[in-house]
Design a protein around this ligand. Structure first.
Ligand code: CA
Length: 230
């Protein structure tokens, strides 16, 4: 595995160098930019995995830069952590709404910053790259494609997300409420029986490939994905 490449966008040189020093020591490759113009150049040339973006920059605010990056298809896989001296909730919310994946308030310790970086990189690599295999099934998140013994399984978007969640959390029982939170999102209002409808559709699609027994009903508890067929 190659080291993740991290772009540090911060106009205060001592802070930027201190961050680069600690990230280096933690095994990351680093790039440094003192303003948004330099940052854009490095983003285009070097394709970093993650950008640490200071809120207050001389040519454009870090929030604005984050917004434009997140709207740009070219940088959709880039993870962003915002750095700021502002600690109030309002700014935190606008940072996250602007598309930042996380937020670190100055002053922060190197240990805290690295923990946040690891968490964000773990989240983004899981959703983008890892192919998941279980039994005869193979799910490829990059291609949004599911196959059973090499044959394409046709799934709707919700069934795909449901299967993705179940395959990445095998051999555990999830209640309908837990599945709604994890697959549909905690803020979406959907009735619990919606889960049953999509599980039924998912099983039907899998049954054409003899793989429906992996999605198991656990009476009174919920659903479980397991290749150990009961
Ligand atoms: Ca600054």
């Amino acid at each position: 595995m190659t080291a993740a490449k991290i772009l540090i966008v911060e106009d205060e040189t001592p802070i930027r160098e201190m961050i680069a020093f600690h990230l280096h020591r933690a095994g990351y490759e680093t790039l440094e930019a003192a303003d948004c113009r330099e940052a854009r150049q490095l983003l285009a040339d070097e394709r970093p995995d993650l950008a640490l973006i200071d809120w207050m920059l001389p040519d454009m605010s870090g929030l604005e830069l984050t917004r434009t990056l997140k709207r740009d298809k070219e940088h959709e896989d880039l993870a962003v952590i915002m750095l700021t001296a502002r600690s109030d909730e309002h700014d935190k919310v606008s940072g996250l709404e602007g598309g930042a994946d996380d937020y670190v308030t100055k002053p922060f310790s190197a240990r805290e910053l690295i923990a946040r970086i690891q968490a964000v990189l773990r989240r983004s690599s899981q959703s983008v790259e890892d192919v998941v295999s279980a039994g005869s099934l193979r799910l490829d998140p990059a291609g949004h494609r599911v196959t059973a013994d090499g044959a394409d399984v046709q799934l709707g978007p919700t069934e795909y997300r449901l299967l993705n969640f179940l395959m990445t959390h095998p051999d555990r029982v999830y209640s309908r409420t837990q599945l709604l939170d994890r697959v549909w999102g905690a803020n979406v209002y959907v009735e619990e029986r919606t889960v049953d409808v999509h599980v039924r559709r998912l099983r039907k699609a899998l049954s054409e490939h003899g793989a429906d027994a992996y999605v198991q009903t656990v009476r009174g508890a919920g659903y479980r994905f397991s290749t150990r067929v009961a």
